[in-house]
Ligand binder design. Sequence first.
Ligand SMILES: [Ca+2]
Ligand SMILES: [Ca+2]
Ligand SMILES: [Ca+2]
Length: 258
Amino acid sequence: MLAGPGIWALGYDGTNTELWEALKNKFASSPDPTHTSLEDFEGSVGGFDRQPTFSGSTVGISATSSSDWSANFANNGYGSLNVSLTDEPSSSSNWTVRLLSGTGVPANNITLNSTGYIGLWIKTINAPTSAQIAVTIDDGAGGTELSSKQNITNDGEWHLYQWDFSGSGWINFSGGNGVINGPTVTLDAIMLYAPNASPEWVLYIDDVSYDPAGPLPVELTTFTASVIGSRVKLSWQTATEINNYGFERCCGEIGFIG
Ligand SMILES: [Ca+2]
Ligand SMILES: [Ca+2]
Ligand SMILES: [Ca+2]
């Protein structure tokens, strides 16, 4: 039920974007029109154009750590952000990685209401023990607020991590008051945490999103390709959680000459 090998099993390499867009529009239309995509990593890193060591708040990782666009995996579409973190041997600090959005400048980022949910999807298979994620929000009322930290699920599937602007657990990061009190706010950064001397951590980030109306939809998707003679069959299935009442399922199939 969770993400399958996807169209990338066909060796999709970021070319033929018209074909891909047509397929995506047909098979992966959003079930939630109120949801705003902040970054979908379709073809570029978008606003996440700084390396993980760029921020002065980043500690514990080596300069060889990297953050680059990747077509290897995607929660949606064909691209994601590939982050690779390695320990800095000369530092005994636990890892705190501030992956800046818009270079950390509020005006570079999409303006959001101060209520709603912000979230993102992560896929990883080698998260260090105790690895965690949070976000920082530039508050229009002044200062930057840090969300609660969530533990990383380390099973190689895509998982949604999201935070309620009105929820508990926000604390002051810099000059803030521990409350998202607006009137409008912007995403400052994705924060990643791991213990000192952790082994290399490779993760993929996709669909950084905001929804003013409530929790982001949890979509379980498969999109698989199989070769039958000279034809390629694409099969898909989604299950979208609807307000905790259950899942709405749908599916489809298309075949064409390979
Ligand atoms: Ca994507
Ligand atoms: Ca170290
Ligand atoms: Ca505040």
